[in-house]
Design a protein around this ligand. Structure first.
Ligand code: ASP
Ligand code: MG
Length: 423
């Protein structure tokens, strides 16, 4: 049994959905569970819709209409017959949402968010499942909320592993063994609370869903189909010359995603590592190519890897009274970061100050800084960049820091991080 995951870009239009069907046709003898994300940028659109509904700053209906038109366009590219029942299914889902946003919000923002944003995956999987059946690929649509159970941390649902594993083993796994089922098509990103409220697992969480399914079924492997050829040593968005890494260890994959490589969701790798399940990252544009295999291997990364983050903020925090930065200060500082949900990208302390590099965030940072200022002096430096090099050498450091002013540099045995600004 194998788990495949197709992200938003792989189902962004009718041609892309047809391509997914072509890829699945290459695996006629395989037992497959296929996890699918919302189509294209639908999750972003649903986020905007949630904001419009909850904060009432703009009319949500035009956004809903945009989402409806986008999916209708895809359906028209897939089905010649406008009477196909999937058109009605789409229509009904949209109408339900339309009704829901006519009322006042009754839950917290995060809870409302999950009830709305989850529709992206419910719609995409309905469309893909209908299309696969249409072209004769035996498949069954399943609601992932039948099996993935979480707590009620909306937008960041924590999986109840014991219950989830039990349900997957009792439900999805036997279903897959039934020859009538064919491929199971299900949603990434979603879970459900014990009170039957939908949760989401964090943005880009569909990879994680694939890992959960694989872990709970002892799958032979997980394949994430992407619009890149595999894991590259740098993001092609920032670097001209990138190289494919044919294989890497779980450890390196965890480190790279921890420092911000976006090719795989950070939570994906650990469950697979625990059960020694290989993770393949392959191109849906070149499905004959091997891509990258992440597994238990002794091979270290063959070349330095770069992770580039822009729009960073460097906070330099010092006690107001010219005392030193001691443990009590550090623990109170860390507490404030954790309380305000601000993730630290890199940090360095000296006797008199503590410097922390974080992502820019217009909501969280101002309140965090205000809280810090009650006790500390806070210097603020924005519009900076953070580059992390795994397996660095001086040559690569020189290359990325050329014409830059380095504000902070942190090096460990394998990893170097530079916080910098244009010189
Ligand atoms: N559709 C969700 C998102 O865009 C989940 C995913 O794509 O993995 O965040
Ligand atoms: Mg996505």
């Amino acid at each position: 049994m194998k788990v495949f995951k197709f992200g938003g870009a792989s189902v962004k239009d009718a041609e892309a959905v047809k391509n997914v069907a072509e890829i699945l046709k290459r695996f006629p003898d395989e037992q497959l569970m296929v996890v699918i994300s919302a189509m294209g940028k639908t999750t972003n659109a649903l986020e905007r819709l949630t904001n419009a509904f909850f904060y009432k700053k703009e009319d949500p209906l035009p956004i809903l209409e945009e989402i409806r038109q986008y999916h209708i366009g895809i359906l028209q590219g897939l089905f010649d017959n406008p009477q196909h029942p999937v058109f009605d299914e789409l229509h009904n889902t949209i109408v339900e949402l339309e009704w829901a946003i006519e009322d006042e919000p009754t839950h917290t923002y995060d809870c409302e968010y999950d009830q709305i944003v989850s529709l992206g995956e419910l719609i995409s999987t309905k469309i893909v499942a209908a299309y696969l059946q249409h072209v004769g690929i035996k498949s069954t649509w399943r609601d992932i909320r039948d099996v993935i159970k979480t707590d009620n941390t909306y937008r960041e649902g924590k999986v109840d592993w014991a219950l989830t594993e039990k349900l997957i083993r009792e439900d999805f796994l036997p279903a897959l063994q039934n020859s009538k089922t064919g491929i199971i098509i299900t949603q990434g990103f979603l879970g459900v609370t014990s009170e039957n409220f939908t949760t989401t697992l964090g943005r880009e969480g569909s990879d994680y869903t694939a890992a959960i399914l694989a872990y709970c079924t002892d799958a032979e492997g997980v394949t994430i189909w992407k619009d890149v050829s595999g894991v590259l040593n740098a993001d092609p968005k920032w670097f001209d010359e990138t190289q494919l890494i044919p294989q890497l260890t779980y450890q390196d994959a965890i480190e790279l995603t921890y420092y911000g490589a976006t090719v795989i969701h950070p939570k994906t790798i650990k469950p697979l590592q625990n059960k020694n399940i290989p993770l393949y990252v392959r191109s849906f544009l070149n499905p004959e190519k091997e891509g990258t295999k992440i597994h238990h291997t002794q091979t270290p990364l063959p070349i330095p890897c770069f992770i580039f983050k822009v729009d960073q903020v460097l906070l330099t925090i010092s006690p107001r009274d010219f005392s030193f930065i001691v443990e009590e200060n550090l623990s109170s500082i860390f507490n404030l970061f954790s309380k305000h949900g601000v993730k630290i990208n890199t940090m360095q302390n000296s006797a008199l100050s503590f410097s922390i590099c974080v992502d820019q965030n217009a909501q969280k940072l101002p309140t965090l800084i205000k809280a810090l200022q009650e006790q500390y002096r806070v210097l603020y430096n924005d519009k900076i960049e953070l580059v992390t090099i795994r397996y660095y050498d001086q040559q690569t450091i020189d290359r990325v820091t050329k014409d830059k002013k380095i504000l902070l540099e942190v090096k460990s045995r394998y990893t170097a991080q530079m916080v910098m600004k244009d010189a």
